[in-house]
Design a protein around this ligand. Sequence first.
Ligand code: SF4
Length: 447
Amino acid sequence: MKTKSIKKDQVHVITLGCSKNLVDSENLITQLEHNQFKVKHNPTTKPADIIVVNTCGFIDRAKQESIDTILEYAQLKNEGKIKKLYVTGCLSQRYRDNLMEEIVEVDDFFGTLEMPALLKRFNVDYKSELIGERQITTPSHFAYLKISEGCNRTCSFCAIPLMRGKHISQPIESLVEQAKHLAKVGVKEIILIAQELTYYGLDLYKKRALPELIDKLSEVEGIEWIRLHYAYPSKFPLEILDVIRTNTKVCNYLDIPLQHIADPVLSRMKRQITSIESRDLIKQIRDKVPDIALRTTMLVGFPGESEDDFDQLSRFIEEVRFDRLGVFQYSHEEDTSAFLFEDNVPADVKEQRASELMKIQEPISESLNQQKIGKDYKVLFDRKESGYFVDRKESGYFVGRTEFDSPEVDNEVLVPSKENYIRIGDFAQVTITDATAYDLYAKLSDQ
Ligand code: SF4
């Protein structure tokens, strides 16, 4: 269908879901801006004429948020406030036919790997070389680097392979080029992301190549921190730990979702790892990198999760004392292999188990943070915030993170902005003066 040439108009790109979706939106924005479209990302201003919603289709709550967002813009289109509405991303990939029938206001739906087709609607030809010039939407001193797409794992609860396809690693050369570009535009911290980080290279180089990739990225001038997210525990390549321990640019931080610890649940989840192997892996990680910060994610309410399974999980959290913990509630996702099980853990029990785990974690986080009081840390400052009241006087803070904290999900370090000046995006040495479960208060170390 030949589209009428579109006036170079304003475009708003709305991103929902995870950091991998954010990178896709950034690539789309880069392609459009390269063709003189004025694009805004997740703006709070009045809608542009053309809206692209990049959706998430992971679990119930995320799907609902995506549908609500599409409907919001469909309403604006009915009111004549926007001209074109396009939908892309995971929800669109997974439910395109249903959505096309139900939300007719949407001009077109695109899958997760269909950016060239979406760009055609703007009369733009996709240019792969622009990947190396990605415009970031995060604060200019840190950026996500998506090292691969898709996943070859078969975790029974997970719909991601249905939406993102098989694992495809990006070549090391291309990732190094991307990192050089990011460093040139001021990025100091790159956060490596994927559906399954530790699988990197097995498709392309027939070997696990994450250590090699990290070494190459750490040679990029200007990059000071490299952070690892979404490692997979089964057959975890221990050589990564040597890289974390020896390469000073690699943060002593690892995000490794374990999902559960009870063997009956792990096997029905098809996580390809046992309770004993999981415990052994955590021990090996801590033996090899003693002060590493470990972030994990647990999934509660999986079909058949018994009281005893949950007790095992609770005791495991108490014992292992993770530095950072995220908890999800099981979502019964059609077309996943777990969908064949009966979703027999009631919603209120899922809710209760999720909050019980976080209740166990909070004093652990607090005591681990308390141990940091009086110590010095290198902190990367993300923003300045005001509106805090200390002794009824309005005050503000410079907010940053240590190498043990990832943006948006982990602890923050707060340095009073009164009588201090810190340039956002700079590193500064601080001394921790106080701590709560999820925040650290600090002063500049030379004070
Ligand atoms: S490794 Fe992660 S993305 Fe892949 S199937 Fe398992 S949970 Fe899903």
